[in-house]
Design a protein around this ligand. Structure first.
Ligand SMILES: Nc1nc2c(c(=O)[nH]1)N[C@H]1C(S)=C(S)[C@@H](COP(=O)(O)OP(=O)(O)OC[C@H]3O[C@@H](n4cnc5c(=O)[nH]c(N)nc54)[C@H](O)[C@@H]3O)O[C@H]1N2
Ligand SMILES: Nc1nc2c(c(=O)[nH]1)N[C@H]1C(S)=C(S)[C@@H](COP(=O)(O)OP(=O)(O)OC[C@H]3O[C@@H](n4cnc5c(=O)[nH]c(N)nc54)[C@H](O)[C@@H]3O)O[C@H]1N2
Ligand code: SF4
Ligand SMILES: [Mo]
Length: 653
């Protein structure tokens, strides 16, 4: 044996640098570079080669390793015994679940089972979870989408589908309206494009009743009355018309612009400004800027449409874009959503559109009220509806009164705590999948980079094991990689499993500029102007004078916190005039018609005095769920949830 060999260490260092992606419910779909030592991830950072990620991750995911290695992570199947959970074997848990589902289907039909999947992962392989319930016989499903349902339905009505120009096209804009777009919290990888557009001379206006940090990236800030943006936009349409800035070609590719303009002219400009609670000059200046400094792009925030009139609000913004000649031009457009599932053959594996379901915003009352058959079992994966859907207490009661509740989870969430069986699942660092993004056009592969705890399974493995027990195992067969290959079928000519595993690949389908030919996938090929806009608004009363906003915080992905929140007080942020009796830090209580929560007051003079903000994602078991105060109300179209229209009051304790 030579000397060199003797000196070699016995075990080679198992330090590897691996590429994967972040599957969280976020527009950015970042590439991740993970440093792994002996199966344990010791560092994650943003992929520098991903054209949108550009080497950095957000605050919440930079801290993901504390979640990954949190001792509170679920690592064994649990079954309820009275008020307690006990650890059981996988066979015991899966046999129990399969037997329960089979019995309920035999006695009441497959629709007595409700499957609820939400945004725990945007990985496309998660559609196999839905496919399980189709093969099972067609379980009940959620209808609509609390996240973006109203805005998507709006854009489908106007333009046939909801898609966007390439993110990189932003730099061609000379005027950018961030309309309720929280770029510093919820879409941080838009910032480089935004900064570059400004460097090239774009003027940026933030239109948001609660502007916060995003104001730093704007030249002007306008704070309309919450839920009243459509009045501001109608006023702008009137100004554009009065100043002969209407696209002269409209009649050849659209329908309804006359009726839309009739509506815009139906009130004096000052009345529109007053209805939106902005100054007349603000409205006029905004209209002038938008109409004369083209190409101009409107970035429609998702928060804007989580209101009673959310759908019609987005329709008015679409109309404004079309009216002003900004549709279909580089640097223009009205950007709401990127069709993240478009590259995938996902619809084939989900529930058909006519399947009976429960509107997602009304899930709690919907489960309680369902008949013929009633909902007897609920299976939840990738979601924490008790904390995240409106009327947390109703949802909790709905789950607690079912015969069988099964939750596939990583942590003992408010929803898992209501289950009869909790099945522990892998995290995004432990599984294989592929992502499309709802904020850009790149696809990227998710690879397992960490060793999962021994007794943890992927959703795919769990549903495959259940399918085998229920006699349709063959229909779910295939590894995650095989499923990815099946799902990538629509783009198989140019995108392969291997290519997405190597890093970001642009989805070849979307045009870089949308609707350049001014042809639309609507039934008649035309753009449709909204012609009816409700003019009423939610008027807070003396009992509940404030409107509750519960928007994203940098520290959490919905109810998944980067740092523990138990023990730290829930902060309610408001203008000093909204709580004139309070000093900053004072204890108080927030009341709505549904209940109340203990808070500490944070005074913030940058907010409108008619708003009160609580963080999104607080847990019910910590007394911090904003959704305990928010009523289950659907948006005007698309079955979104009107999360931000709940009137509240703050009072000393
Ligand atoms: N850090 C973090 N990032 C996230 C998430 C998270 O939980 N945490 N969630 C992710 C998810 S699920 C999604 S869908 C997206 C969410 O993206 P958004 O829904 O855009 O997220 P929010 O940051 O909550 O922003 C809502 C914004 O809308 C504004 N707004 C509310 N009502 C109105 C109104 O009536 N008019 C106007 N003009 N503005 C209004 C609010 O003031 C706020 O700035 O972000 C994702 N990103
Ligand atoms: N008050 C208020 N409520 C809101 C909002 C708001 O702005 N205000 N925003 C709404 C929006 S936009 C959205 S999208 C929803 C989000 O609602 P949810 O999607 O329910 O939100 P999360 O809290 O992220 O819950 C996802 C759960 O999935 C788990 N999970 C993660 N990965 C996996 C996996 O691979 N498999 C399984 N089985 N589980 C996994 C996580 O541990 C987490 O508990 O919340 C909505 N609720
Ligand atoms: S949560 Fe969003 S911004 Fe953060 S790392 Fe994941 S994809 Fe990127
Ligand atoms: Mo969302």
């Amino acid at each position: 044996m030579g000397r060199d060999q003797v000196d070699l260490p016995k075990v080679r260092s198992l330090r590897e640098v691996l590429r994967t992606a972040c599957n969280r419910d976020c527009p950015d779909a970042c590439g991740i570079v993970a440093t792994v030592e002996d199966g344990r991830v010791v560092q994650i950072r943003g992929d520098r080669e991903h054209p949108v990620t550009r080497g950095y991750l957000c605050e919440r995911t930079s801290r993901f390793l504390t979640r990954q290695y949190d001792p509170a992570r679920l690592t064994r199947p649990l079954m309820r015994r009275g008020a307690e959970f006990v650890e059981v074997s996988w066979d015991a848990a899966l046999d129990f679940v399969a037997a329960g589902l089979e019995r309920i289907r035999r006695e009441s039909g497959a629709e007595a089972v409700l499957h609820y999947r939400s945004g725990g992962s945007l990985g496309i392989v998660k559609v196999v979870n839905d496919w399980f319930f189709e093969c099972f016989g067609g379980a009940r499903v959620k209808k609509g989408d609390i996240c973006a349902g109203a805005g998507q339905a709006a854009q489908e009505a106007d333009m046939g589908f909801s898609e966007s120009h390439d993110l990189a096209d932003l730099v061609n804009s000379r005027c950018l309206l961030l309309w309720g777009k929280n770029v510093t919290t919820s879409f941080i990888h838009m910032l480089p494009e935004l900064k570059e557009a400004r460097r090239r001379g774009a003027v940026v206006v933030l239109i948001d009743p609660a502007p916060r940090r995003a104001a730093r990236f704007a030249d002007h800030v306008i704070q309309p009355r919450p839920g009243c943006d459509r009045f501001l936009a109608l006023g702008m349409a009137q100004w554009i018309d009065a100043h002969n800035a209407v696209d002269p070609t409209l009649a050849t590719w659209s329908l309804g612009h006359e009726a839309f303009l009739h509506l815009a002219r139906s009130r004096p400009l000052a009345a529109w400004a007053q209805a939106a609670d902005v100054r007349l000059e603000e409205l006029e200046n905004l209209a002038r800027l938008y109409a004369t400094r083209g190409p101009a792009n409107i970035q429609v925030g998702w928060g804007l449409q989580r209101r009673y009139h959310g759908g019609v609000t987005v329709r008015v913004l679409d109309a404004l874009c079309a009216l002003s000649g900004n549709l279909g031009v580089p640097g223009g457009g009205v950007t709401f959503y990127y069709a993240r599932r478009r590259a995938f053959d996902a619809e084939r594996w989900g529930a058909p559109a006519e399947r009976r379901g429960i509107p997602e915003p009304l899930l709690g009352p919907g489960i309680l009220d369902a008949t013929d058959p009633p909902v007897r079992a609920v299976v939840v994966d990738n979601g924490n509806p008790v904390a995240m859907l409106p009327e947390s207490h109703t949802l909790k009661r709905a789950l607690e009164t079912r015969e069988l509740v099964v939750v596939l989870e990583q942590f003992m969430t408010d929803t898992a705590a209501c289950a009869h069986v909790v099945l522990p699942v892998t995290t995004m660092l432990e599984e294989r999948d592929v992502l499309g993004a709802f904020g850009h056009h790149y696809l990227v592969g998710v690879q397992p980079v960490a060793q999962p705890p021994a007794a943890v399974k992927t959703d795919l493995e769990i549903y495959q094991a259940l399918a085998t027990r229920l006699g349709f195992g063959d229909r779910l067969e295939g590894s995650a990689r095989e499923w990815i290959a099946r799902l990538l079928e629509p783009v198989a000519n140019s995108v392969s499993v291997e290519s997405v595993e190597r890093g970001a690949v642009r989805n070849p389908q979307p045009h870089r500029v949308l609707f350049a030919e001014r042809r639309f996938p609507t039934p008649d090929g035309r753009f449709h102007f909204v012609t009816e806009v409700p003019l009423d608004r939610v008027t807070p009363d003396a009992t509940y004078p404030l409107t509750l906003g519960s928007f994203s915080t940098p520290q959490a992905q919905s109810s998944q916190w980067a740092r523990p929140i138990a023990g730290s007080p829930l902060e309610a942020r408001c203008h000093p005039h909204a709580a004139p009796w309070a000093a900053d830090g004072a204890p108080a209580r927030v009341h709505s018609r549904l209940g109340s929560l203990d808070v500490v007051v944070r005074l913030d003079a940058s907010l409108r005095p008619d708003l009160l903000l609580l963080p999104k994602g607080g847990w019910l078991q910590h007394g911090q769920a904003a959704n305990a105060l928010i009523g289950a109300v659907a948006t005007d179209i698309g079955l979104g949830a009107a999360y931000y229209d709940e009137p509240v009051r703050i009072a000393p304790t």
